[in-house]
Design a binder for this molecule. Structure first.
Ligand code: MD6
Ligand code: FE
Length: 220
C-alpha cells in the first residue's frame, strides 16, 4: 500500500465553493468556510491547550466523557458531579482560562455574520477533541445565553453530526462535517437537539486520527 492510500484527505473538488445550506430556521451549514484557515485555527487550539490541557470531564451521573475538552475566554463550560455550568477558572489548574486568541474571536464573528447574526462577540470558546470511536450523545445547549447564536467549527477527521429538531422526538438527520465546515445556529433553532456519531477511524493530513470541534458562545 502506498503512503497516500492511508490518507483520506476528505477534500472533494469544489467543496470549498459549496453553497450555504439552511438546516432549519436560524441554522446554517457553511461547507468549507474556514478550510483555508484550518492550520491557523489548529495552532490557536495548540496555544490554548498548552495552558489549559484537554481533559475528560465527568458527567453528573458519574460517567467519563470520551471527548477531551478545554477552552478559552471569560467562561468555559465544565461538567462534574455537581452538574454542568460555566466557570471563569480552569478547575484543573486553578487559573483563569486562557484568553480567547483574537484569530478565534474574529473568525467566529465572521461566521456568525454570514448566517445573519451581526455583532457576535463570543466570550467562550470550547475545544472538543475526538479520537476514533468518540461520540457525543444527543443534547441541547441550555447553559448559556440563548439570545446569541452558537458558531461551531469542525477540523480534522470528518464526523457525522446528528441534527434533530427542537423537540426530542423530532427525526434526526445525519450530516457529514468535514475539515473547515462551519455550523451556525440560533434564533428558532437555538435549542435544537444535536450530537456527534462515533468518529470513524480515519486519517487527516493536519490532525492524524483526531477531530476537533470549536464552539463559540455568549455566556454573559
Ligand atoms: C461537536 N458540537 O460538533 C459537538 N453544540 O463536536 C456541539 O455540541 C454543538 O456543534 C452547539 C452548537 C454547535 C455544536
Ligand atoms: Fe452542543
Amino acid at each position: 500500500m502506498t503512503q497516500g492510500m492511508l490518507f483520506n484527505t476528505e477534500e472533494p473538488p469544489g467543496r470549498r465553493d459549496a453553497p450555504a445550506q439552511a438546516l432549519a430556521p436560524g441554522a446554517w451549514l457553511f461547507p468549507g468556510l474556514v478550510h483555508a484557515r484550518a492550520p491557523a485555527l489548529l495552532s490557536a487550539i495548540g496555544e490554548v491547550v498548552r495552558r489549559a490541557p484537554l481533559r475528560h470531564m465527568t458527567t453528573p451521573g458519574g460517567g467519563r466523557m470520551s471527548v477531551g475538552m478545554s477552552g478559552c475566554g471569560a467562561r468555559v463550560w465544565v461538567s462534574d458531579a455537581a452538574g454542568y455550568r460555566y466557570e471563569t477558572h480552569d478547575p484543573r489548574t486553578g487559573r483563569p482560562w486562557p484568553p480567547m486568541p483574537a484569530l478565534l474571536r474574529d473568525i467566529a464573528g465572521e461566521c456568525a455574520q454570514k448566517a445573519g447574526y451581526d455583532g457576535f462577540v463570543p466570550d467562550s470558546g470550547l475545544i472538543n477533541r475526538y479520537g476514533p470511536g468518540d461520540r457525543m450523545g444527543l443534547h441541547q445547549d441550555r447553559d448559556e445565553r440563548r439570545d446569541a447564536p452558537i458558531v461551531s467549527i469542525s477540523l480534522g477527521v470528518s464526523a457525522v453530526f446528528l441534527w434533530g429538531g427542537v423537540t426530542r422526538s423530532d427525526p434526526v438527520r445525519r450530516i457529514v462535517m468535514r475539515n473547515g465546515d462551519v455550523v451556525v445556529w440560533g434564533g428558532p433553532s437555538r435549542l435544537a437537539w444535536h450530537g456527534i456519531a462515533p468518529v470513524p477511524q480515519a486519517q487527516h493530513p493536519l490532525c492524524g486520527d483526531v477531530r476537533y470541534n470549536l464552539t463559540f458562545r455568549r455566556t454573559a
